[in-house]
Design a protein around this ligand. Structure first.
Ligand code: B1M
Length: 210
């Protein structure tokens, strides 16, 4: 019988096929899609983070884990989405320029979609200019920026400054997230808020648009 510990271990070991099989088994056993993400896939990826920081795992292995996690998320993602519900708002999501980490940002997108938001996922390594161009085109209610590197988090500030220069800052809320950022940093760069995880991002967007 499949369980969450096993799923987390399979993510940690980058075993893509086993992750797919275990996720399907857990779903067949009646486990909730959100639990599969939170209790299995994220737990495994968090352990990858610990081992990577201790130099006990290296980039090729981390990428295999990331791929395995993505495959698992892809199976549960459609099951999280809310059918024809009226959109709770539109969120433009991007990992900032110079930063290739997109697992967390994509999870934020999934959680937002499953809570009725329309999400425009601009991808990773997205420049301030590209974010502003997309914002002018799609007119989102919120721009959500993700950064995982201390070297790229300053791109969030640059993006907000460019939004001001282009005259669109007043019309769009800005939220930020990712390991190196915080509420203090959010205040410093005049964002509208910081969310420590994907679920908090949903709550934050709801509060900002209420
Ligand atoms: Co990199 N990496 N990485 N990495 N990587 C970190 C971030 C690092 C902390 C590892 C470490 O040294 N301990 C470190 C950053 C150090 C720093 O700047 N302080 C680091 C480094 C140094 C690097 C490279 C420079 C390594 C190198 O090449 N020498 C390089 C940089 C590449 C680049 O971006 N230019 C690099 C590369 C990579 C991979 C490509 C191999 C891979 C990314 C694959 C991918 O994303 N597709 C990778 C990974 C996987 C990690 C770790 C191990 C795991 C990140 C992750 O996916 N976590 C990470 C270590 C760690 O985090 N402990 C590390 C799981 C995910 C669910 O959590 O992303 O935190 P997280 O997202 C959470 C919250 O943060 C929040 O909600 C999410 C879900 O709850 N959140 C938001 C995130 N965005 C949000 C936005 C919001 C709200 C909430 O609103 C908009």
């Amino acid at each position: 019988m499949a369980n969450y510990e096993q799923l987390a271990m399979e993510v940690l070991k980058g075993k893509k096929k086993l992750v797919i099989a275990t996720v399907n088994e857990l779903l067949a056993a009646g486990e909730k899609p959100l639990d599969i993400i939170n209790k299995g896939l994220i737990v495994g990826m968090s352990e990858v983070g610990v081992l990577f920081s201790q130099n006990k795992m290296f980039i090729p292995e981390v990428l295999m884990s990331a791929k395995a996690m993505e495959e698992g998320v892809n199976i549960v993602k459609p099951l999280l989405q809310v059918g024809d519900m009226q959109s709770a708002g539109t969120v433009l999501l991007a990992t900032v320029q110079g930063d290739l980490h997109d697992i967390g940002k994509n999870l934020v997108g999934i959680m937002l979609e499953s809570n009725g938001f329309t999400v425009i996922n601009a991808g990773k390594d997205v420049s301030p200019e590209a974010i502003v161009t997309l914002a002018k085109e799609h007119k989102p209610d919120v721009i959500g920026m993700s950064a995982m590197l201390t070297t790229t988090m300053l791109m969030m500030k640059d993006t907000i400054e460019l939004m001001k220069e282009e005259g669109i800052r007043d019309q769009i809320k800005v939220i930020i997230g990712g390991a190196p950022v915080s509420t203090d940093f959010s205040n410093e760069i005049t964002a509208d808020g910081f969310a420590p995880d994907a679920l908090s991002a949903v709550g934050l967007c709801k509060r900002l648009l209420a």
